[in-house]
Write a protein that binds this ligand. Sequence first.
Ligand code: ZN
Length: 242
Amino acid sequence: MLADLKRLQDLDDLERGDRRALEEDQVRLREAGARLESFETRFEEIRQELEEMKNRHLRLEGEAAGLSAKKDNNEKRQMSVKNNNEYAALQKEAEFLRTRLGEVEDEILELLEKIDRNDLQSADLSLLLAEERLAHEKAVTEIGKAAAGARERLGLSAERRQSLAASLPPAQLKQYEEIAKVRGGRAVSAAADGLCLACRLAFPPQIYNELQRNEKILNCPNCGRIIYWRGHPDFKEEESPS
Ligand SMILES: [Zn+2]
């Protein structure tokens, strides 16, 4: 019976572990999604910036062409000028056109440099984004597989737990559940070297002797958990190597 209680505890421990792993996987999945999203956003920002700069470049080229045409026209009119007033006005216009054309050409050069830099940045980011998308896809697949495994184990252990619980005397099961509720799910603890391994209390020799005989169910006088002696043949083979 004590061995069954320990088996029940082992199943509950496994279940807790699987549930925790499932929750952690969900957190990892959300984090991976958020990371990819921030990459996508940054990439989209750079792409939009680039598009705006290219549009601005087109507008500036248009303006430069218009200014050049006006400049040619102004030069032609200067050749057939009729009076000083007209000449002065044409000179003033020519000065304005030269200045503005200079400004526009400077801005075009500056913009072309920026577009080059942005193109490179965008190409780098596009590579990173492709890697990030692959990594995300891989994480989703891996986490999905792990989660499916955990769910399958949970289903199996739920079945085993149910039949194990049904085979236990109801009073024992009730005691187990009550202790588990107040002891963080750990109702059963191993004892070794005269100690309860859960709360580290040293047992009086009489209790420890009784425990080693493994004839009845005992509780730790300190933490109340159901205790078993780890050295008894009933439990030895079930102990994990750790
Ligand atoms: Zn204890």
